[in-house]
Design a protein around this ligand. Sequence first.
Ligand SMILES: Cc1ncc(COP(=O)(O)O)c(C=O)c1O
Length: 413
Amino acid sequence: MSSKRLPLSDEKMIQLAMDYPTPFHLYDERGIRENAQAFKRAFGWVDGFKNYFAVKACPNPSILKIVREEGFGADCSSLPELIMAQQAGFRGEEIMFTSNDTPPEEFKAASDMGAVLNLDDITHIDALMEVAAMPELISFRYNPGPDRTGNAIIGNPVEAKYGVTTEQLIPAYLKAKELGAKRFALHTMVASNELEGSYIVETARMLFTQALRIWEETQIKIEFINMGGGIGIPYRPEDKAIDLEVVSREIKRLYDEMIASTPLAPLRVVFECGRMVTGPFGYLVSKVRHISEKYKMYVGLDASMANLMRPALYGAYHHITVVGKEDLPKDHLYDVTGSLCENNDKFAIDRQLPLIEKGDVVVIHDTGAHGYAMGFNYNGKLRSAEYLLKEDGSTAMIRRAETVDDYFATLKF
Ligand SMILES: Cc1ncc(COP(=O)(O)O)c(C=O)c1O
């Protein structure tokens, strides 16, 4: 069971929702820092452990600065993300560039920054060479195909557009070496929002196996394996978070068995998780605009799927707290909706909640990753502000809300 608490007392949360125009995302700095520290502690046995925080999960420099201060790197997938990582202070190999279908100018920019290039396809070696020299350190994203099952969100690896296949792996490293690479890394990303610790451990086994195969067949030494992101979070109160201590212990056991006494040791283990770092520490704060009784009961919020797309996109569950009514019986059945002209603009369908009234403050939990970031402007919806709840209890705006002028800024007429 996970607890779905707010980072502030009900009184303070309601006050915040009165002080700042709703909706807005609120991030809990203390929660993010403590979580990052626990992640590092769990993998304390890995010399040089790093989580390259997936910028796409929460692309805000204020958040990136926090995770950088906690010793994380940055995982970027586009030029704007690379620039943002730099602006947040990340330099050189603190940045991994894990892109796909990559434009040449992005290869060039990542290469100029000295980021770790993580190539998604064997043909990307040539694409890279058209715009930059082969870097000293190169990584490939591995797609195991039928050897792994993937999971519901990320899908079956055989169907995935990502990565270098098992057969292509050896030729890819050999070619990179021939072109001047001297240091090598191996990456994968086979799960998303995975709550089964054993799946993560099996990913380590898979990468250790491939690193050994690469060594045996080519004498190329993998310097680190990047396990990707994908560690899940307990979106539902009945979900159980992955026990990182247990996962880490199991990975160490495999490391000792498979790697420790081989020439590959010391082999670093790193991740590029986003969701599990900031996800549980983000809250979408909104107010009830309308209550409607049709064939069902609808609660219309001032937020919409433009602020949080996951429920509409994947039918994802996000817990909802009606602030100040936590202890009332959940004896009303509602669809909780946004204001978009899309009937799937619903944060919850058939959710048991306490009696809701117009003006109530409603908080949607676990929006700290892939929340604001997925926002869009369809229906002329303007993206909300983001606030940071700082460790001293004060709040700071870390992104203003969009205005109508922003909406028109790119138009030529
Ligand atoms: C390549 C890559 N790395 C890391 C991540 C982060 O995943 P998560 O936030 O689920 O940990 C993603 C998410 O889409 C990804 O595509």
